[in-house]
Design a protein around this ligand. Structure first.
Ligand SMILES: CC(C)(COP(=O)(O)OP(=O)(O)OC[C@H]1O[C@@H](n2cnc3c(N)ncnc32)[C@H](O)[C@@H]1OP(=O)(O)O)[C@@H](O)C(=O)NCCC(=O)NCCS
Length: 149
């Protein structure tokens, strides 16, 4: 599929994105995950990706002394496999390096979707362990991290 990333514009989440961000979370994860992820958009450094003026993806970042957290990267189901997550992730690497972070880390829900880890491996992330029953009784998260040069 042709890459859409040339027209993709990444910018900071703002209050007027609230509705679009909610729609995005509903599309990707459903109602159950709305409050927690809206919190991550608003409480941490939320970013959105716009394509032709429409919010099609989002990301929540946070950082500390050494470790930058990618709380989530989500792309609307109609806009996947066009390089949008790639662009967001590269943005996250720059964000972390610009804040002198030593590692970038995240966690991935692999329940019924173990192959999703391969995406992160491609970018040099390594697995650091797993945690089950974090948010729901049947969830299964794998923690991932990558050292930044
Ligand atoms: C995972 C997700 C963010 C990928 O977004 P995307 O915009 O479709 O990804 P991209 O098109 O930028 O692809 C980036 C790389 O990952 C690979 N990739 C993307 N989706 C993939 C999939 N479902 N299976 C295998 N590889 C995949 C691509 O091949 C690409 O590598 P390439 O350029 O070498 O081909 C998106 O599918 C999504 O929102 N999923 C649900 C939420 C989620 O799991 N988020 C991640 C954890 S918070």
């Amino acid at each position: 599929m042709a890459k859409a990333t040339n027209g993709v514009y990444i910018r900071k989440y703002r209050a007027s994105d609230r509705r679009a961000a909610q729609d995005l979370i509903l599309n990707v994860w459903g109602k159950k995950w709305l409050p927690g992820n809206m919190h991550a958009f608003e409480r941490f450094d939320g970013y959105v990706a716009e394509l032709d003026g429409k919010v099609v993806a989002g990301m929540s970042l946070d950082y500390g002394t050494y470790a930058c957290l990618v709380d989530f990267i989500i792309v609307h189901s109609d806009y996947r496999r066009q390089g949008i997550a790639d662009k967001l992730l590269k943005f996250a690497f720059k964000y972390a390096k610009g804040r002198n972070q030593k590692i970038i880390k995240g966690f991935v829900d692999v329940k019924d979707n173990k192959p999703v880890l391969r995406i992160w491996e491609k970018y040099g992330f390594k697995e650091a362990g797993e945690l089950r029953n974090l948010y729901a009784p049947d969830d299964h998260y794998v923690y991932i991290y990558k050292f930044l040069k």
